[in-house]
Design a protein around this ligand. Structure first.
Ligand code: NAP
Length: 253
């Protein structure tokens, strides 16, 4: 067990990629805190893991993050691993995007990283091998149409990880991004619905529109993203920092 009793916080741990990451970290003995706004999905995932708690919080709200992390520490001790995974992905033509779509996406996908990283930082720096892994996206390194706030926020997320990697390079803390291509989760199910509603295409046609970006012509599985995230958290990955690693079936960026 290479992460035995290390306390890992996973934001958005109640569904999709976050739940898969929680399961992967648990296989190496980590104690998990799963954070999200809805309690039921968090508790459903936590119930399947040996040492996991569910804590509700809005990661876009600093006071909510601080309170959640305090609650998490009280149960599992100092935070050794922070997985910034919570995210949203509204879509639409740039000309018609309401300003709220921009501000909400920035708040959840980027401001929240500032809040979570800063709130956990003293613990992460004191840990023997502190880890921050942010689930960014291929949209963090290239552009896609109809998701401008998402693309901008994910570019910012990767930038923040690079900045932290540089600032803390002389310590045992690493900060990296994982960049999945389109992955089989609720976010993509919602994107398929949106494409179908707005274009009249069938579900299969909408899915093909997303999988065309992946040379393997398929959605990535959440477990594939989790495996890369777990690897970055292991003690042997201590020299890997400031990187943005694509899990995208050969989509070139
Ligand atoms: P998902 O199942 O919709 O997961 C998003 C999670 O974020 C949910 O558990 C949600 O829980 C949580 N969340 C959203 N807003 C939050 C807030 N304000 N405070 C706390 N938690 C919040 O979709 P997913 O695909 O697994 O997404 C996980 C991450 O992967 C996201 O950052 C996404 O951008 C990234 N990603 C996904 C894909 C893809 O194709 N699926 C590709 C690249 C990157 P609550 O609603 O309960 O709060």
């Amino acid at each position: 067990m290479r992460l035995e009793n290390i306390h890992a916080v996973v934001t958005g741990g109640g569904s999709g990629i976050g739940a898969a990451i929680a399961r992967a970290l648990a296989t190496e003995g980590a104690r998990l805190t799963l954070i999200g706004r809805r309690r039921d999905p968090l508790e459903a995932v936590a119930a399947t893991l040996p040492q996991a708690i569910a804590v509700t919080a809005d990661v876009a709200d600093r006071a909510s993050v601080d309170a959640a992390f305090a609650q998490a520490r009280a149960v599992h001790g100092p935070i050794g691993i922070l997985i910034n995974n919570a995210g949203i992905a509204p879509s639409g033509p740039f000309a018609r995007l309401p300003p709220e779509a921009w501000s909400q996406t920035m708040a959840v996908n980027l401001d929240a990283l500032f809040h979570c990283c800063q709130s956990a930082l003293p613990d992460l720096l004191a840990a023997p091998a502190g880890r921050i892994v942010t689930i960014a996206s291929t949209a963090g390194v290239k552009g896609y149409g109809y998701v401008a706030p998402y693309v901008a926020s994910k570019h910012g997320a990767i930038g923040l990880m690079r900045a932290l990697a540089a600032e803390f390079a002389g310590t045992a803390l690493t900060a990296n991004s994982v960049c999945p291509g389109f992955t089989d989760t609720d976010i993509v199910a919602r994107a398929i619905e949106t494409i179908s509603t707005h274009t009249g295409r069938s579900g299969d046609e909408a899915l093909a529109e997303l999988t065309r970006h992946n040379p393997q012509k398929r959605l990535i599985e959440p477990e594939e993203v989790a495996a890369t995230t777990l690897w970055l958290c292991l003690p042997a990955s201590r020299s890997i920092t400031g990187q943005a690693i694509a899990v995208a079936g050969g989509e070139i960026m």
